[in-house]
Design a protein around this ligand. Sequence first.
Ligand SMILES: Cc1ncc(COP(=O)(O)O)c(C=O)c1O
Length: 374
Amino acid sequence: MIKLKQALDELRRLGRLRSLTFGSGVDFTSNDYLRMSSHPALRQAAIQALRTEMPLGSGGSRLLRGHRSEHDDLEILGRRFFHAPASLFFSTGFQANYAVFSTLPGRHDLVIYDSLIHASVREGLRACPARSVKFSHNDISALTEILRNEGSKAENIWIAVESLYSMDGDRAPLEAIYELARQYNAFLVVDEAHATGIYGDGGRGLCWPLIQKHGYLNLITLHTCGKALGVAGGLICAPEVIIASLINRSRAFIYSTAPMPVQALLVRKSLEILGSAEGDARRARLFSICQYAQKYLGGPGTPIVPVIIGDDVKAVEVATMLQREGFDIRAIRPPTVPEGTARLRISLSCDTERAAIDRIAALLSPYIKRDVAA
Ligand SMILES: Cc1ncc(COP(=O)(O)O)c(C=O)c1O
């Protein structure tokens, strides 16, 4: 217990002690990019479903009594929507990533991952018997070098990337990475957490052009359902052998209660809405505000705008100043981001107002890169 207390004291000293706070002020923090979490049709669907005989809890593992038609219907839509041979739904994206990396790569395999990959992949890798090596963020030559030097020693190679990075908002060079993966016969695992619902035709993600060309040949995509989709969960799309392996061997899947049926139902409805003209309209509003924000706040022109402060304590001070002005903007500190890159992570939505961006840009002017903000 003394050690735990000391660890917390050390976090406080470093300006990294976290506590739970409710959201207040204008939301620039959530990942509800398309504001689907309050969509009237989803609310109505939930109310209607819960009025019926649908049980609230699934009651058990998917392999036992927990498997319900709502899960099955979502996975059928997942296959149709993403043109995937097979799909599998998990309670969270974290669980889905963990399942993939803790289950699929074998002892004689090699996993190569981007240095900014999400914690859920890293946790999966901690439970994974394969050797893993990271490559510098989005650096194709670094990835090529690892493949060239180490690829031939491995039985299978797995490459793990995000299509749009959660803390930097930049995109992976997916075409080039997929080309390399094919060249070395590696499996490419793409976490589409922050792209699903937003990018690609109908919100199918940034891998969509690859899928149209090559199908799911040596490809796995993960679509989290708690961000632009506004609900919760993680949907994995992959070749059948991958999904069958997860169903049969993933401890995170087998020894866990299946998601609430209503959760699966709402994810399905959300995908249906986002795949329609209404989804296009929401995306168009979001893209327009992304462009505007890039002009005044800098950043990558996506819904995630990082404003790097550097120092942890300073980042919290600046975030507090913005919060006092009525904006819910949080400081993100290590270990979530690399040392020395504490930042504000400003997330945009289709309902973000231009006037709010103007005000934030004025308040943050000392921290915004002049060349971009000009
Ligand atoms: C890139 C990435 N992958 C996976 C996850 C985990 O998804 P979920 O929040 O559904 O557990 C997150 C969430 O923060 C994420 O940003």
